[in-house]
Design a protein around this ligand. Sequence first.
Ligand code: PGA
Length: 237
Amino acid sequence: MNYQVFSTYDALSAHASQFILDYVRQKPTATICVASGETPLLTFQKIVANAKPEDFEQATFVALDEWVGIAPDNAGSCRSYIDSPLITPLGIPAERVSFFDSLADDLEAECQRVNDFIASKGGLDIIMVGIGMNGHLGLNEPGTSFDTYAHVSKLEEVTASVGQKYFQSETPLTHGITVGLKHLLEAKVAIVLANGEKKKGIIQRVLEESVSEKLPASALKLHSNSYLWVDSAANPA
Ligand code: PGA
């Protein structure tokens, strides 16, 4: 796991966006799994601002996760957090983007559909995610097996309460549907981004603790091409 500290959120986001742009310029058919949440928003803005029209003509995006039972057009849905700032402005057509349908009757079948989509692309090239206050990646909560592809997870209380920040009114959040840690471990490049003082504690844990399924983000240490990029506010040193 390669750890790097950037002076500001802006510098962190500039680096992350340039990494993605450089990657798709080398491999235009790349499959990129991106997270929702606040962390990647500036990275998305910078990708959109700096992309050339041809950069994403062949690339595929996979949305990392979704809250179970939240409609796609809800402004707090994970889909909205990826669609509005990234997918729509880049003009990515529906056949080159995967979102979880967390309203599906059969969520296991929905997981299989996303697993099959990722497999049909030959796996993920890049997975770029934020980190939860409990060390989750996507909605892979503490205790999730590293050997799991897409699955439905039961949310910890901290995730359900922190998740309220995305919604305009109190919204019950109990379960998530998420790309799995096995997808992360099999991706060619795995990147975790963190910014702000509130992430300092969890970043310290990732840096200090040994690999354990109790700390999902520690999976990064098992990956041979992984990056933990933080801004100075999130750097515990
Ligand atoms: P955030 O969420 O980017 O909004 O901090 C990250 C996460 O919970 O995984």
